[in-house]
Design a protein around this ligand. Structure first.
Ligand code: FAD
Ligand code: SIN
Length: 541
């Protein structure tokens, strides 16, 4: 079966829905999402969205903070356009009905309370208490629901991009849609489109411990990689310093804003350690804080450290952090009277599919926006709360560009072959998938985590040689299921991260290798990899 649209949007987070709402003013849109809307990282964002809002702030200051965090790899022209367009995009979100937290004497929804986070020199974080993503996604999902030109296909997972060159279709190489697997019926169909947006989010699930939801398996990066699109800077994985440490607390983040409002990191004996590592102490950028925690844990053999807010007023904590307090209490921890046990966890994928300032990838007809993309905004480390902003700005810009191209150069898609299952059969051995899923996530955590070494990277690559070969065999022997599709993508992304980390012979931003621990500006350049058509493994461009 084939369905045709002007715009195909793969992913229903902040980037995908921002694109969809803009594109729908000019044509038909299909949003495909592998779970139910609004599942995805956007929904769980706590701290907020960073943008210049106060008269005391400036675009230059926001750009300087972004570039300082990015450790020399941000693309200044991209940083400049994002910080400048940010306020307009955020205002648009308020017009769409987002209710940010307001100042006590506010007279309108624009008079917002601005939060502070690590690495920011100014209060510029618009937030909805400590559940900003939930509120922004509520407004976006409602707007999409009101728009008759947007179709939403839930529980459909994009399996592969339809790339004319790969399928021997007529015309110059371009992307003209994707194969979609219906997660429930396990049938594969064709979604044909003049323009396709990857908005599939990040790849936190590659790691054993992550703040990310289950959908973050790096599918967009893997699909683009298989289509020959360059992937950049995947060694820069951001580990959030403070995820709740409790055997039953899966993926729960304790927001950076808790440190912004005075939270202190301590050892189990209550002693503070951050001032030893950085003058900015708890408000240092997160790579510094995460590495300091990792070092304290390894040095002293701690299972976790603590985030202490017991000196803060209980009423203030209740009012400012209701979600975090409620979650902690569910696990028997009262942050007003006892420190919160925390550990670092994989949080954000700074690298991704290479795009230009309009979200275009080098493959005609294919765009990428949000966490899946490498726009040049984050460099070697993302500044807190710049990600929701990036999703808003590039979702919008990519839609404008796709509209321009759909009107002019991008022709309707050609005839596309139906999915060919070959001789594949139904698998009755789920263990083949779960075993490799666990193995990849554990090896990435142990060998390619917060601190890396040449030996660990080499070991990781050796294991991936075997795992990739086994997955490739299973993939063609068995009919696709959502689990198999995700496993194949997870393995591809792990391989790209390992290759990127092995390629960079210095330490910078989020990438720290004990065998080359210093920054070396001979490496002040993006790591760009593509798929070698023969070996099908990543190689530097
Ligand atoms: P997502 O919101 O992750 O959406 C991806 C979508 O793609 C999902 O709908 C998913 O189901 C779908 N998808 C994936 N693969 C496929 C496929 N193959 N087929 C179909 N659909 C697919 N950033 C900030 O700026 N401020 C914050 O306060 C903040 N807090 C955070 C807190 C947490 C706990 C987490 C995890 C992240 C936080 N971040 C924050 C980061 C930020 O939330 C994300 O980077 C951002 O929301 C990503 O948006 P996105 O639209 O790119 O992807
Ligand atoms: C947080 O609230 O700490 C997350 C902010 C972010 O990831 O930008």
């Amino acid at each position: 079966m084939r369905r045709d649209f002007d715009f195909l949007v793969i992913g229903s987070g902040i980037a995908g829905l921002s694109f969809a709402l803009e594109a729908a003013r000019h044509g038909t849109v299909c949003v495909v999402t592998k779970d139910r809307m609004p599942e995805g990282s956007s929904q769980y964002a706590q701290g907020g969205v960073a943008t210049v809002w106060s008269p005391d702030d400036s675009f230059a200051a926001h750009a300087a903070d972004t570039e300082r965090a990015g450790a020399g790899l941000c693309h200044p022209e991209i940083v400049d356009l994002v910080v400048r367009e940010g306020p307009e995009r955020v205002r648009e979100m308020i017009e769409r009905g987002t209710r940010f937290s307001l100042r006590p004497d506010a007279e309108d929804p624009y008079d917002v309370d601005l939060g502070l986070e690590g690495g920011h020199s100014q209060r510029r974080i618009l937030h909805a208490l400590d559940a900003t993503g939930r509120e922004m996604m509520r407004a976006l999902v409602e707007a999409v629901g009101r728009d008759e030109r947007i179709d939403v296909l839930e529980r459909h997972i994009a399996v592969d991009l339809i790339d004319t060159a790969k399928f021997g279709l007529p015309g110059p190489p371009r992307c003209c849609g994707a194969y979609l697997l219906d997660v429930d019926s396990e049938r594969v169909t064709v979604a044909a489109a003049r323009s396709t947006l990857l908005a599939t989010g990040g790849a936190g699930k590659v790691y054993l411990y992550t703040s990310n939801p289950d959908v973050a398996s790096g599918d967009g990066v893997a699909m683009a990689f298989r289509a020959g699109v360059p992937i950049a800077n995947m060694e820069f994985i951001q580990f959030h310093p403070t995820c709740l440490y409790h055997p039953k607390a899966k993926s729960f983040l304790v927001s950076e804003t808790v440190r912004g409002e005075g939270g202190i990191l301590t050892r189990p004996d209550g002693s503070r350690f951050m001032p030893k590592y950085d003058d900015r102490a708890e408000l240092a950028p997160r790579d510094v804080v995460a590495r300091a925690i990792d070092q304290e844990m390894k040095l002293h053999g701690f299972d976790n450290v603590f985030l202490d807010v017991t000196h803060c007023d209980r009423a203030f904590l209740e009012k400012r952090f209701p979600t975090i307090l409620a979650r902690c209490r569910r696990f028997g921890i009262d942050p007003a009277t006892e420190p919160i046990p925390v550990v670092p966890a994989a949080h954000y994928t700074c690298g991704g599919v290479v795009t230009d300032a309009d979200g275009r990838t080098p493959l005609a007809g294919l765009y990428a926006a949000g966490e899946v993309a490498m726009t040049g905004l984050h460099g070697a480390n993302r500044l807190a709360s710049n990600s929701l902003l990036e999703g808003l700005v590039f979702g919008h810009r990519a839609a404008d560009e796709a509209v321009r191209r759909t009107d002019s150069t991008e022709a309707p898609p050609p005839d596309i072959p139906e999915w060919n299952p070959g001789r594949a059969r139904t698998s009755d051995e789920a263990v083949l998938i779960t075993q490799k899923w666990d193995e990849i996530r554990r090896l990435m955590w142990n060998y390619v985590g917060i601190v890396r070494s040449d030996r660990r990277l080499e070991r990781a690559r050796g294991r991936m040689d075997v795992i990739l070969e086994e997955i490739d065999r299973d993939y063609w022997d068995f009919l696709p299921t959502a689990d198999l599709v995700e496993l194949r993508n997870l393995a591809t992304v792990a391989d790209v991260i390992i290759a990127s980390a092995s390629h960079r012979r210095e330490s910078r931003g989020l990438h720290f290798n004990v065998d080359c621990p210093d920054r070396d500006d001979a490496w002040r350049t993006d790591t760009v990899l593509v798929r070698d058509p023969e070996t099908r493994r990543p190689v530097p461009v």
